[in-house]
Design a protein. Structure first.
Length: 55
């Protein structure tokens, strides 16, 4: 899950997501660099181009 400078909100959001996904480890990632360009985690994880097999 993203984190970007609001410690109280991050803590609350993390607790909610962790409760929603028991047995999983919810990890917070700082997205300041992505967010400064107007994006979010989904922008960095969009589809990747397929590399054609070597001939």
């Amino acid at each position: 899950m993203p984190c970007f400078g609001d410690t109280a909100a991050h803590s609350t959001a993390h607790a909610i997501l962790q409760a929603a996904y028991p047995g999983r480890n919810v990890v917070q990632l700082n997205i300041d660099n992505i967010a400064s360009g107007g994006g979010g985690i989904h922008c960095a994880t969009q589809s990747q181009p397929v590399v054609p097999p070597a001939a």
